[in-house]
Design a protein around this ligand. Structure first.
Ligand SMILES: Nc1ncnc2c1ncn2[C@@H]1O[C@H](COP(=O)(O)OP(=O)(O)OP(=O)(O)O)[C@@H](O)[C@H]1O
Ligand SMILES: [Mg+2]
Length: 268
């Protein structure tokens, strides 16, 4: 079976800012297969190319060399068709739209009769409600983003990413700005949604603890350098599922976190 995500020897070099000579090498010889239903997290020092990698997977950048495929097609096509969805570090919501309208936006943009939206909206409402229920925001449909907390806004962004029922979810440090308690809550919620919808997730974080808690595998990236592959180490987590917060106290959990931290140290 073809993996959901395939990166073969992918390198990304940006053009120089002044247009002359070679620009920064952001990703180097990156090779990884992610199978359907897998949860993979990428960690690595700031500037090592994590966001660039995710943007390559979302078709926002073209690789300089190598091949990327998502859901058996090009990344751009996977996003256009709704098979793949990207969540940014800060929740990108439209402040003049309610939570429900934000969640419905991907459908509205794809509706051939978009100009008749005020009349068409009704038929889509149940799916928005269902997506908001999934992230525990029932009753907040009419709220504008500025009336919601940071964590709630990020949950609206997750609900929106689920609107088109994607197979693949790409998440760039989605809970980085949250306190630990809220992050734990959203981690558990995310794992529930991941399991319910049989999603394939590529997740970025700076927290080794979060990476180990969520993932099947943790990919440790180092700074890109000519001739040195970006992936420095892969931690096979192997903790049972469903994960519980109590597992964070177990010796196995500590062992994996230690392994990740050591790999990260030598990646610096
Ligand atoms: N659009 C761009 N044009 C030119 N260079 C870029 C561009 N985007 C990223 N870079 C460069 O690519 C490298 C990797 O950046 P990237 O944003 O992928 O790092 P990151 O691992 O996500 O860092 P952080 O953990 O701080 O978010 C950096 O050297 C950055 O300057
Ligand atoms: Mg980044």
């Amino acid at each position: 079976m073809e993996p959901r995500i395939r990166l073969v020897d992918v390198t990304k070099r940006f053009p120089a800012p002044d247009g002359a000579g070679l620009g920064p090498l952001a990703v180097s010889q990156f090779t990884l297969d992610v199978v359907a239903g897998e949860f993979v997290t990428v960690i690595g020092p700031s500037g090592c190319g994590k966001t660039t990698l995710l943007h390559l997977l979302a078709g926002l950048h073209e690789p300089t060399a190598g091949q990327v495929s998502v859901c058996g097609t090009s990344p751009g096509e996977a996003v256009r068709s709704g098979a793949c969805s990207l969540i940014f570090q800060a929740p990108v919501l439209f402040e003049w739209l309610s939570a429900e309208e934000n969640v419905l936006l991907p459908l509205r943009l794809r509706d051939p009769l978009w100009w008749a939206w005020p009349w068409r909206r009704e038929r889509y409402r149940p799916s928005a409600r269902a997506a908001l229920r999934t992230v525990d925001l029932e009753g907040y449909e009419a709220f504008r983003p500025q009336l919601l907390s940071g964590g709630m806004q990020q949950r609206v962004a997750i609900a929106r990413a689920l609107t088109l029922d994607p197979q693949v979810l790409l998440m760039d440090e989605p809970f980085g700005a949250l306190d630990e308690i809220n992050r734990d809550r959203l981690n558990l919620e995310l794992l529930r949604v991941w399991q319910e919808r049989a999603l394939t997730v590529v997740f970025i974080t700076h927290s080794i603890d979060e990476a180990v808690f969520l993932s099947d595998r943790v990919v440790v990236m180092g700074r890109a350098a000519e001739g040195v592959p970006s992936i420095r180490h892969v931690v096979q987590v192997g903790l049972p599922r469903p994960r519980t917060l109590e597992m964070k106290e177990s010796p196995e959990f500590f062992e994996r976190v230690r392994e990740g931290r050591e790999a990260l140290r030598s990646a610096l």
